[in-house]
Design a protein around this ligand. Structure first.
Ligand code: FES
Length: 75
């Protein structure tokens, strides 16, 4: 599905770019070699970036901190 019709940016491309590019929608579009034209996609694109980055971070983050055994460390 196309998120941005003006630039023919597909949702899957945007999701991939969300994980390799930082910044807002315009920055991610720039990383793809595009720039917003009509702007009607920006809100949806922003949502896709947010969703993908949150899901990506959730998958990389540990569910809980590992237990440490032994004496507590002193600084
Ligand atoms: S649909 Fe993305 S800039 Fe027009």
């Amino acid at each position: 599905m196309y998120v941005c019709v003006c630039n023919a940016i597909r949702e899957c491309e945007l999701r991939r770019a969300a994980l390799t590019s930082t910044g807002d929608v315009e920055s991610v579009y720039a990383a793809l070699g595009k720039r917003p034209n009509c702007g009607s996609c920006l809100e949806d694109a922003e949502e896709v970036l947010f969703e993908e980055r949150m899901m990506g971070n959730a998958q990389r983050a540990p569910i809980f901190a590992p237990l440490t055994l032994g004496e507590p460390r002193t600084a």
